[in-house]
Design a binder for this molecule. Structure first.
Ligand code: ADP
Length: 196
């Protein structure tokens, strides 16, 4: 990885409630790249009652992943937008091995991912955070039952991706517990030393 501030391609991973969305915006701002959140794009489509939103909603409400073909096509379109040309941060994608393969194909232009930042947090803390957020934001998938299902799906389908990216020497693991600013500092420190 180069320490060049342009051309960054970053993946942000971590279980539901780890603070991906919050950190995604700060990191992306810092590098001048768009933060692309598949969850946000799906929610915008649900709110706009688009065909994609109608299709995705039943999976989201149950805490299940939206099928790979739907998600992959959406990300392919998004990455083709001009603002993603100088780089991007992916928040919430890839989440399955099939999505990793698909993304590899999308990035087969000789400019691969620079880093995979994995936020970690204690699972009971995660559930507590999401239940608290539910009271503020009222997200349909922030009920305790669905939150637990989302954690399970992450453990089963997404956690194995960490090994895959670790094998490529890309993983930067960050403790996501504590103050938001402290976590942000840990991420920047780790990215700097990885760039070193
Ligand atoms: P969380 O932090 O709970 O994972 P997100 O906002 O990132 O929340 O995602 C919300 C929902 O959107 C997920 O539970 C899933 O249904 C759907 N989703 C988001 N990203 C993906 C993806 N890469 N593959 C499949 N489904 C996804």
């Amino acid at each position: 990885m180069t320490s060049n501030r342009t051309g960054m391609r970053i993946i942000l991973m971590g279980p539901p409630g780890a603070g991906k969305g919050t950190q995604a915006k700060v990191i992306a701002n810092h590098f001048g790249i768009p933060a692309i959140s598949t969850g946000d794009i799906f929610r915008a489509n649900v709110a706009g009652k688009t065909e994609l939103g109608v299709e995705a909603q039943r999976y989201m409400d149950a805490g299940e992943y939206v099928p790979d073909e739907i998600t992959n096509a959406m990300v392919r379109d998004r990455l083709a937008q001009p603002d993603a040309e100088p780089g991007f941060l992916l928040d919430g994608y890839p989440r399955t091995l099939a999505q990793v393969e698909e993304l590899d194909g999308m990035l087969a232009d000789g400019h691969p991912v620079n880093a995979v930042v994995v936020l970690t947090a204690d699972s009971e803390e995660l559930i507590a955070r999401l239940l608290q957020r539910a009271q503020i934001e009222g997200r349909a998938d922030d009920t305790e039952e669905v939150i637990r299902r989302r954690q399970e799906v992450y453990t089963e389908q997404t956690a194995p991706l960490i090994e895959v990216y670790a094998g490529r020497g890309l993983v930067v693991e960050i403790d996501g517990m504590g103050e938001i600013d402290a976590v942000t500092h840990r991420i920047f420190d780790a990215l700097e030393s990885q760039a070193g």
